[in-house]
Every structure is written in structure tokens, then in C-alpha cells.
Design a protein around this ligand. Sequence first.
Ligand code: PHE
Length: 373
Amino acid sequence: MYTVPKLTDYSLSALDAAARDLLSALDSEAAGVNGENEYKFFRDRWMARKDGIATQINELWLKAAPKEAKRDAGQRVNELKTKIEAAVDATLERLRNGTSAGRLDAECIDITLPGIRRPLGAEHPVIRTMNEMVSVFRNLGYSVSEGPEIETDYYNFESLNFPPNHPARDMQDTLFLAGQEKKALRDRLLLRTHTSPVQIRTMEKLKPPLRIVIPGKVYRNDPPDASHSPMFHQIEGLAVDTNITFGDLKGTLDHAMKAFFGSSVKTQFRPSFFPFTEPSAEMMVSCFICGGSGRRGSEPCRPCKTTGWIEILGCGMVDPNVFEFVRENGYDPAKVSGFAFGMGADRIAILKYGVDDIQLFFQGDVRFLQQVG
Ligand code: PHE
């Protein structure tokens, strides 16, 4: 790198030679500058008031010159300072033009190209089914309640009248969390197998009368196939008041099915069993695909397996043993009664949208979601 020499010879030819060396260094360094940091270094190296090259030639070439050479040396030093300044300015100019030209290139927009379309999202068919069903019950004065998907044995089973080792627990293929063996049974964590634990959780918080719907995800240890998924969705309902009867249960659910599927559907109740309801029932709705005839033209109706009826939910009157767990909060089984129901949202969505495989709901294939969304 160029350094300013001390002069011993102040003849015109020696001065000119020193000036030529300096200018060629100035030229080649200026040409090598790329970018802001390099420019600043270059500018300071040549022009810094303290010890820049322009200052140095003033000291070493002019001030140090013998009297008789001052004039010639001063003239050259002044010329060189002007050239240094010009070179620094020109370098800055060159960088600025370069950047703005590059920027213009990048910003150049071809306004004749078609615009970018942002695809509109749509509600997932299962979520939409849950929202629609929830709004049917909202219109009846129900509010929405929610609870955790990781649940304790107590809320998922014990408080719902499944005693420890009760064979009814086998009805649920439960996914347990690992490493819970040291805890008392009721504190062990699991993935909730139904939305029913939210019944107890809500009754612990709110006093009767109570009318709630509970939409949410539930989990069972089922291998995935066309009609099973280890994760699926339920919509639960609970009504508690004085003098709630099985007639209220039937009237409410019959109305809800007509509001959801259309006013021509019929409902039918068949005896069933759940540990937390007594009596318990399964509700069937007349097949809204074939209108209850069991046939579609000359073809057998597959969704109802030609029976004309589709099982849609489990329900029943809240078992007094369940109220015992929340008796302290106003749920004395001698004073209040209630009904509960639970339905599978995915199954209803499958029927409603004519989907033949539950897996399609959860694979996230946009082509599928575009068809039913
Ligand atoms: N929890 C039950 C199930 O998952 C459904 C149900 C809810 C039945 C409420 C009766 C009352 O199968």
C-alpha cells in the first residue's frame, strides 16, 4: 500500500515523479472501492484532517521544503489536494449511481403481469359442523363450555361413575400418558376419551340451573381406518334444573335434529347404557340421505345400511351418582335432575358432506378441503 515518502530532492523532476506516484496510487485505490465501509476507509485514508495523505503531503512535502523550493512544492501539493478531493467525491458518486441503478432493476414491476391471487381459506367441514350444531343449541339458550384435552382419571372416569376396575372402562380404548404409575389412580393423566368430563368441571364452577354445550377434540386408541381416527370431535350437552324429565331430553334433541338436518327428519330412542346416565339411550335420526326408505332409486342406501335410520348420539338422564360428586355446589340429586347427550361431530360431517373416509378430514389435502370447504 502507498505511503507518502519524505523528500530529499526538491528538483522539479523529483517533485513531479513523487506527484505521479501518489496519483497512480490514488487512482488504483479509488477504483478498488466497493461498498460503504470501503468508501469510508478510502475517504479517511486520503482526507482525514489528522494524518490523512493530503495532510501528510502538506507536512512532508511543503512544510519540510527548503525556502527556495516552497513555491513549486506548494503548487503541486495544492493540485494534489484538489485531485484527492475530486477522486473521493467521484468514488462516492460512482457508488451511489451503482446502488440506485441496482435498486431500480429490483423494483421494476411489470404491471402487465396478472396479479397474485391469495387463495381464500374456508372453515374446515368438521369445525363448521360443530359451529352449526353449537348455534342450534345457542338459540335454545345454551352456553358453550370447554375443558382440557389432557384429563385426569378422576374427571374422565371416576366422577362419571366409572369406579376403578369397572368393566365399563373397557368401552373406552384410552390413551394414557406415560410415567403416571406413582400417582394415585384418580390423578393419573390421560387423553380424554369423551367430552363428558367437562360436565363435572362445569358443575364444579357453576351452580344450577345449567344449560351448556361442549364442543371439542377427544382421543381413543383406535387404529385409523375409513371410520376411525385416534383423534376425533364430540359435541356434548348438559341441562340441569329442577324437574327436568326424559320428555325434555326427547323434545330438545328432536328439535335440534330438525333444526340441523331439516324439518322432515324423525328421531327414535333406543335403550342403551352409559355409567353416567340412567336411563340411557341411543338416538337415531331417520336417514336424511334416503329419506328413511333405505333405498336410493334401485340402489341400497349405504349410509343407513338400508335400515332407514342413522345412530347419531348417546344420551340419558344424569345419574344421581354423578351429582353426588358436585353435591356441595348445589347439585343435590334429590332436588335437581338433568339430561346429557354426546355426539360425534366427524360422523355427522361425514354424513352431511357425503365423505367416505374420516381420514380425509385430517390429512390437510387442500384439494379435498376445496371440495367440501
Ligand atoms: N360420552 C359418551 C361417549 O363418548 C356419550 C354420552 C354423553 C352419552 C353424554 C350419554 C350422555 O360415548
